[in-house]
Design a protein around this ligand. Sequence first.
Ligand SMILES: Cc1cc2nc3c(=O)[nH]c(=O)nc-3n(C[C@H](O)[C@H](O)[C@H](O)COP(=O)(O)O)c2cc1C
Length: 201
Amino acid sequence: MGNVKLAIIYYSSTGTNYKMSQWAEEEAKKAGADVKLVRVPELAPMEVIEQNPAWKEHFLATKDVVPEAKVDDLDWADAILFSIPTRFGNVPGQVKQLMDQAGGLWFQGKLVNKVVSAMTSAQNPHGGQESTLLNFYTTMFHWGAIVAAPGYTDDAIFASGGNPYGTSVSVDGEGNMKEDVEAAVRHQVNRTLDVAGKFVE
Ligand SMILES: Cc1cc2nc3c(=O)[nH]c(=O)nc-3n(C[C@H](O)[C@H](O)[C@H](O)COP(=O)(O)O)c2cc1C
């Protein structure tokens, strides 16, 4: 899988999905993939971000450090791992905005056979993780992408809470992850790379 180009594309307000993406980045580099970690551009106005100290802190800490995701990254990648928090059981608007810029690539057939997989988080253990991933994957089906969901392909999935659609976690009031999902994240990125490796010459 050394020649697989993997984009890890995340959106995070308070750091959870960034952390999961960093685990995935580390694991994918270990596996020899060509990895690009990018953050979905923030669209919320600064006065809204500032109302939540954790959001403000994370935004300022990453805005000049992690490159912004662009539609070109979708084109570049053989495989894409997305990490996105739930918003009322659905995909954050910031992520939707990036997807909605991909019409041109879609029209040219350039999103066909992208190997994709997604992870998520919510405040509650049953706060919409599964619906967020299923809603997100709808777009992937329209692309003609190959969804490499984890299923139950490793014990790490059972240990992390057993979400077969993608690694998912819940966070407490301080933003700490309540379940230990690191091994599931690492398995999910390896599985994504394994599947992608079957398509890359
Ligand atoms: C507008 C909005 C809607 C949200 N909706 C839900 C929800 O329906 N269920 C839930 O458990 N958490 C919900 N949350 C909490 C976020 O999903 C949670 O803060 C996020 O997963 C943490 O990830 P992050 O640290 O990467 O931003 C919501 C947060 C916001 C700002």
